[in-house]
Design a protein around this ligand. Structure first.
Ligand code: 5AD
Length: 431
């Protein structure tokens, strides 16, 4: 669903009182703007409304409005008077399309808090200009924690001891999605599992078909390295997107933490998915052993070059029963900088605040992510009884979905259409 944004009404253009309000002017921290308005009887100047994209959809109390604004507004004031001119030049080079690898490294490496805040603020401005406060809330159903892979960082790796493995049945998966759509207003749902071949291609296809038949929802599959043929069949059944990270663009690093897998094979599959017309959600981890800032700059450029539609970046979090259990977690700040730079390079892409970032920074991670260029949140819809066992890393953050859902756009048609429009735009840009 789309997240609606609060603003105060400062003028109403309603020449015919018996007619639905057609045009209103609202004011928020960025100034005044005109909105179309749905039928909001007795709306007065001074009231607060929630809007999504360019349409006001609901009146809210000032108290509720302030609750969501608190979560969205960047808190720090930036003093730009003492910024290094070299930094400003690099930062602004994205507008001319000339932000280079060295420039990206410069931005990633800064340890000056004012420069960092300025980078985040610039990304926020680019997001605002390109997407007009279009924030999305998506859901994820983690339907199986079985995995045949041995990724060194992942708590669900085949050899990890102490994991109570589970598989949801197709019926459970379908009804979980149906409930999320019907009762909670979700319009885009990710179905994620380990690389679990217990589910045959046909089973996955059947699950997708059943969901598409009963619910108006976009389905993104996150089921790992399966055959391209499987991805073709899932697409034909109605899947729209694929969430498939390349994890790192450094081939040696990739191969060193993914025993038995190959970088070439993964990239080939990713390209194949793109050719099949999937909406591509891909990305990388921040903080893998030996990973350098230069590697991260390459990761960022690779996302741009591949024209991914959704750019997903999160810090590595160490997990027991893995070879990297003693390796320090990736930096939240570096992840946020990567998000901000991705926004500068890909103004219209969807950029989620990843659960890993929330896990390190909790609710603050959401706010920081959304004010540093990200524009979507992913909430966990896995049934309670399985949730604790989907432990790719420990203490996964599940908090506070309610406060955000409360501001989701429940108008079925409008919300679905907006998402469709945005996905289409992202596709067009990425061609
Ligand atoms: N820390 C952070 N992210 C992880 N992932 C897997 N294990 C970890 C971890 N320990 C990420 C991978 C994978 C996604 C589903 O979860 O990037 O693609």
């Amino acid at each position: 669903m789309c997240l609606t944004i609060p603003a105060k009404v400062i003028a109403i253009d309603n020449p015919m009182p018996d007619f639905p309000v057609a045009k209103i002017t609202v004011e928020d921290s960025k100034g005044a703007r005109e909105l179309k308005s749905l039928w909001l009887p007795e709306l007065k100047v001074g009231d607060w409304v929630l809007y999504a994209y360019d349409t006001a959809v609901r009146r809210v109390s000032e108290e509720d409005a302030r609750e969501i604004l608190e979560l969205l507004e960047p808190k720090k004031h930036i003093d730009i008077s003492r910024l290094d001119t070299g930094f400003v030049e690099v930062l602004k080079s994205h507008t001319a399309g000339t932000l280079s690898r060295d420039g990206i490294v410069r931005l990633l490496k800064t340890e000056d808090p004012v420069e960092t805040e300025t980078l985040f603020a610039e990304a926020n401005t680019v997001r605002q200009a390109a997407l007009k406060d279009f924030f999305c809330i998506h859901g994820i159903v983690e339907f199986s924690n079985h995995c045949v892979r041995e990724c060194h960082y992942c708590g669900l790796r085949k050899g990890a001891a102490g994991v109570a493995r589970y598989r949801m049945t197709p019926d459970e998966i379908v009804s979980t999605v149906e409930d999320a759509v019907r009762k909670r207003g979700y319009k885009l749902i990710v179905l994620q599992s380990g690389d679990d071949f217990h589910y045959t291609d046909e089973t996955l296809v059947d699950i997708i078909r059943r969901i598409k038949k009963s619910s108006k929802v976009f389905i993104f599959m996150s089921v790992g390295e399966r055959s391209l043929e499987c991805y073709r069949k899932m697409k034909a059944a109605g899947a729209s997107g694929s969430l498939f990270r390349f994890e790192t663009s450094n081939r040696e690093l990739y191969n060193s933490v993914h025993p038995g897998q190959s970088y070439e094979k993964r990239m080939k599959l990713l390209k194949g998915m793109k050719e099949l017309g999937y909406y591509i959600a891909s990305g990388f981890l921040v903080g893998l052993p030996g990973q350098t800032v230069e590697d991260i700059a390459e990761d960022i450029l690779m996302m741009k070059e591949m024209k991914v539609n959704m750019a997903s970046v999160g810090p590595f979090i160490p997990c027991v029963s893995t070879p990297l259990s003693a390796h320090p977690a990736g930096s939240a700040e570096l992840s946020l900088k990567a998000i901000a730079i991705l926004r500068l390079l890909m103004p219209k892409a969807k950029i989620p605040v990843t659960t890993a970032l929330e896990t390190i920074e909790s609710e603050e991670g959401r706010r920081l992510g959304l004010s540093s260029g990200a524009n979507s949140l992913m909430f966990n819809l896995t049934p309670e009884r399985y949730r604790g066992e989907y432990r790719i890393y420990p203490n996964k953050y599940h908090g506070n979905a309610e406060v955000w859902e409360k501001y989701g756009l429940f108008n079925e048609e409008l919300s679905y259409r907006m998402l469709e429009k945005k996905m289409f735009e992202a596709f067009e840009v990425a061609k």
